[in-house]
Design a protein around this ligand. Structure first.
Ligand code: F6R
Length: 609
């Protein structure tokens, strides 16, 4: 959600900025712009629409010479997508150009105050307030103006700032929205995310909340919010650059779907030793675990759906009560938490605003917070008591796939770790579960082998207007994720229901030709699912059944098409049933000509509430 990149050095800034913004496109945006300083002053070029529009205006960057600049892709919050609302936003007197990720919550009060003092605003954005405030407080010292501004603004921000009186410098500051500083040779960078600068450097600093960075071609200085110098530690990025490239695939989403076996191996293997689960350096003693009165899982979107699977596993294997909540609800519903509660936070990006706020709320109420995060060093990882990383590598496509799979794997690891400590499963069962978990990457790979069946099925139904996903128990949890995947990238209306709930209302939506995808891998409830399938078939539905090899024949008798997955321990089934349905969503969206990696209105990292 919004992207920032900045450059100061000896090369032309504009082509670098455009290239950096390209690498951040996956975050989702609706307009883009750059500000570049050159001999004739500070110049801003920005436009609504895709980056290609801006590239066209700038003729690939050649039209705007200059060696210092900042760039931005905007995902509209305050003010519609338009040229004027795009960033950079410039102050009334033209001294400051600002790019901003996040939301300034008290912008209206600040704006009204500035208007009463004669400042003229041109946009509807909250960001313009920052540019205007900077100029208002500026008395020749940018650092002190930034300090005053961050004392007054409320909300979240990552800011890249140019000041016309310091033509070689970039200023940057952040709170609750990520920002990094890249270190080059005779050139330095800022960015909201690593891929933007990875082609140039692997040495970075991560800004902490309210830290200010001042960059020139040769120097980088850091200050805290009080203006005192701060020493920071440099971090080396290990990723292979190809991890952030498409590597021959047409879309990141397909690449990431296919990377799942490998991502699972990396997430699972180092944590199983001699048949036991080893959770990095986390020590949850049996005494502590016995004291836990409730486990909460809090997350958003796909990560929340991982929580829904987790509930079945926790309650069955651990007999611990669990609540699963979407973060935006959790934080405002007065959940009953105390120091005996364990709160598990799940987030790919580690920056989701609602999830972060839920984490802070849980900590405030005394709970221990264990987070499952993909992005190392992200805010959620930093603020949690314990962190378990999903070693999925960078997930670029907006629709989450390998993050979902690896988050599920970490949940299974946690459940088994606790089950062993608490002695809630027999040694034999435990060994079987661990063996299944070790084989999970191989099982997922086998589900990926039969893409053609799913592609064919997608070709038959990609014109459908509505689709319904049904399941029971863990299959219902998988239905939720399958339905989200389909709707977010193909824009087809879809819903997920527990199959037993159909007769209480939703079945009235079924008519001749309605497509129903019935997930029925949980064999204990297979016969009940068949009854529900019959109910929708009797009303004209066309049904695709997802089941295990063992139930293939019985499923074929009940539905129109079948896709089979291997048999695995019940609570791990969603890891397999989701694979054909990720592929299905992908092929349907592709056949409809949708922008698969960057679906409309969506952003990869949702850093606003
Ligand atoms: C859907 C999707 C989103 C995210 C959600 C949480 O495919 O990716 O629903 O799961 O925005 O994001 P993170 O996991 O970064 O907190």
């Amino acid at each position: 959600m919004c992207g920032i990149v900045g450059y100061t050095g000896m090369e032309e800034a504009s082509p670098f900025l455009l290239n950096g913004l390209r690498k951040l496109e996956y975050r989702g945006y609706d307009s883009a712009g750059v500000a570049v300083y050159n001999d004739t002053g500070l110049h801003v070029v920005k436009s609504k629409g895709r980056l290609s529009v801006l590239e066209g205006i700038l003729e690939g960057g050649t039209k705007l010479p200059g060696r210092v600049g900042i760039g931005h892709t905007r995902w509209a919050t305050h003010g519609a997508p338009s040229d004027v609302n795009s960033h950079p936003q410039v102050s009334d007197g033209g001294k400051f150009a600002v790019v901003h990720n996040g939301i300034i919550e008290n912008y209206l009060a600040l704006k009204n105050r500035l208007i009463s003092k004669g400042v003229t605003f041109t946009s509807d954005t909250d960001t313009e307030v920052v540019a205007q405030l900077l100029e208002y407080y500026y008395d020749g010292d940018v650092l002190s103006a930034i300090q005053k501004v961050i004392q007054r603004v409320e909300g979240s921000y990552a800011l890249g700032i140019l000041c016309s009186e310091f033509p070689e410098k970039i200023f940057a500051v952040r709170k609750d929205s990520p920002l990094i500083v890249g270190v080059g040779k005779g050139e330095n960078f800022i960015a909201s995310d690593i891929p933007a600068i990875l082609a140039k450097t692997r040495e970075i600093y991560r800004l902490k909340d309210r830290e200010i960075a001042v960059l020139s071609r040769e120097t980088i200085e850091f200050y805290n919010g009080e203006g005192e110098p701060v020493e920071k530690e440099i971090e080396h990025i290990e990723w292979d650059i190809s991890a952030a490239e498409k590597g021959g695939y047409e879309h990141f989403m397909m690449k990431e779907i296919c990377e799942q076996p490998e991502a699972l191996r990396k997430t699972i293997s180092p944590r199983i030793r001699d048949g036991h689960i080893v959770l990095d350096d986390i020590e949850l003693t049996a005494e502590y675990l016995r004291e836990i009165n409730k486990v909460f899982i809090v997350a958003c979107g796909t990560a929340y759906h991982v929580g829904v699977v987790a509930k079945y596993a926790f309650e069955r294997l651990l007999k611990v009560p669990m609540e699963v909540d979407v973060a935006s609800e959790f934080r405002y519903r007065s959940p009953i938490i105390d120091e005996k509660s364990l709160v598990i936070i799940i987030s790919q990006s580690g920056e989701t605003a609602d999830t972060l706020a839920a984490l802070r709320e849980a900590k405030k109420q005394g709970a221990r917070v264990l987070s499952i995060v993909n992005v190392v060093g992200s805010t959620i990882a930093n603020e949690s008591d314990d962190v378990l990383y999903t070693w999925a590598g960078p997930e670029i496509a907006v629709a989450s796939t390998k993050a979902y799979s690896t988050q599920l794997a970490v949940i299974y690891l946690i459940v088994l770790y606790m089950a062993e400590k608490l002695g809630t499963v027999s040694g034999k069962e435990f060994a079987e579960y661990v063996a299944d978990l070790e084989r999970l990457p191989e099982f997922v790979a086998s589900c990926l082998n039969d893409k053609e069946t799913i592609q064919y099925f997608a070709s038959q139904y990609f014109n459908a207007k509505d689709m319904y996903f049904i399941g029971r128990n863990v299959d219902y949890a998988a239905s939720l994720e399958a339905s989200l995947k389909l709707k977010e990238i193909s824009y087809i209306h879809s819903e997920a229901y527990t199959a037993g709930e159909l007769k209480h209302g939703p079945i009235s939506l079924i008519e001749d030709g309605t497509l129903v995808i019935a997930i029925s891998t949980y064999e204990k409830l297979f016969d009940k699912m068949v009854s529900n399938i019959k109910e929708v078939k009797a009303r004209g539905a066309v049904v695709l059944g997802i089941t295990t090899q063992r139930k293939r024949k019985a499923m074929l008798d009940a539905v129109d098409h079948v896709f089979c997955v291997p048999k695995i321990s019940d609570f791990m089934l969603p890891s397999l049933s989701i694979i054909p349905l990720q592929l299905f969503a992908y092929y349907v969206a592709s056949m409809k000509g949708c922008d698969i990696d960057k679906p409309r209105n969506l952003a990869k990292s949702v850093t606003v509430e």
